[in-house]
Structure formats: C-alpha cells, structure tokens
Write a protein that binds this ligand. Sequence first.
Ligand code: ATR
Length: 251
Amino acid sequence: MSKLNLCLIGENIKKSPSPLIHNYIYKMFNIEAEYRLCEIKRDSFDSSILNLLNSFYGLNVTMPYKEKILGFLKNYSDDVKKIGAVNTIKNGVGFNTDYLAFKKTISEYKDNLKEAIVIGAGGAAKAAVFALIELGFDKIFIYNRTKEKAMGLSKIIQSYGIKSNIIENLNDLNTDVLINTVPVDLNISIKNVNLYIDIVYTRKIREFSKNLIDGIDFLIEQALFSEEIWFGLNIGEEVKNYVRKLVRETI
Ligand code: ATR
C-alpha cells in the first residue's frame, strides 16, 4: 500500500516541528504515512487550496488561515460551528484541536480557576475562549491590537452570560489563567497568574507563572488530538514525553 500523505498549511512555517512530531508517531505506531509542510503565501491561497485539500489524506492549518479555510470545506465539527476556526481537516471536514488542547490542559489543572485573560482575537484566541466558556469560567477578558476584534470577541462571551471586557494594556496582570496567542513578543508583565499558556513554540518564556504550558507543550497536545482524528490513535503519556524531549532537543 502506498503511503498516506498529510501536511501543514500555513505561512512562514519552514521551521515548524510538526513533521518531526507526526512522522515520529507514524514510525512508533507502524503507520504508512508521511507528514510534510505546505507553505502558502497569502496571495496564492485561493488558487492553491482546493488542490491541496484534494491531494492530502489529512491536513493541519495554521496562521493565518485558520478562519479563511472555512469557506473551502464540505463540513465542520460541532465545535468548529461555534468557534469559526479550523486547524485539522480529514475528508473535507474541519475540526479544531486547539480547542480540545485548551480544554484538556486547563481542566487538568486542579485549582478552582474562574477568571482568564486571552491575548489575541484570531482563530486560536476564539478556540481558547470557547474552551474557557465550556469549562465554566466566570470572567474572560480580551486584549488585542485591533480593538474592534477584541470587542467582537468580548460580545460573543457576554452573549453566553459571562462577564467580559477588553483590556487596554498588559501591565501587572492578575488572573487565574493567561493565554497568549499572539506571534510577536508583546510587553507583558505579570503580577499573579496561576496558569500561563503560550501557544507560540518559538518563544522563550520570560514571564513568571507557577504553572506553564509553553508553545511546544501546546503544539504537541493539539497534534495528538489531530492524530486521534486522522488515525484513531490514543497516545499515552510515555510517547508524549518522548515526543516532548525530541522536539525540545531539536529546535
Ligand atoms: P491564529 O489563528 O493563530 O490566532 P490569526 O487569526 O492570524 O492567527 O491571529 C493572530 C493574532 O495575533 C491576532 O490577534 C493579531 O492581532 P490583530 O487582530 O490586531 O491583527 C495578533 N497579531 C499579529 N501580529 C501582531 C503584531 N505585530 N502586534 C500585535 N498583535 C499581533
């Protein structure tokens, strides 16, 4: 049987560790598949996306296409219908494993977490917000460069009966959960945060938090949920720890 092909679609992804993660898993589980990178520039997205969707068994989608891809898919999971962003595709159907990874990592944290700040208002931020809503958070605040987008996301949160507002600066942050989805380094100062989740795997965390899920941990969590969707794999802690070590040694 010939190999199944999978890929990551995005812009500026040449250094992505995703092929390392997925190809390692295929080797471990004896799956005849290969995962590669499909860099697409914004001005060629519309003309190349259908061909890519038809050519690959499974796809991941990253910045800046998680929302744009929606218009090219046959169907979506129920989560995607709420969130409006996709990062995993199988058979033309869109899923959101960022959302699943946020829900898992936040719910594994034992303390009673009720308040959150989300930095960003794009596709990943929406996945984070819906995970927080699902987990019963009382207050969710949004910071974003483009204020209108922050306000839009804040209104969605309010429509679920949850307190929300935008925040104007990132000084002296004091909250239960801080989630950073923005690719550039912003000037963040933390007063007290119980759990900090940064989804950018290239960033070295300088900010202090008692508990940290950095971009590499997050990348692996969402990747494992994608493998569950594509191949029904349920990957345990031992393999996950090995993948974590492999990625940290490599990038
Ligand atoms: P993703 O799907 O990964 O969330 P995205 O939808 O492109 O990607 O969203 C990127 C986020 O990073 C947005 O919140 C964006 O802010 P704007 O809404 O103002 O565009 C934020 N972002 C990207 N570049 C930024 C920069 N140079 N400074 C501040 N914020 C930035």
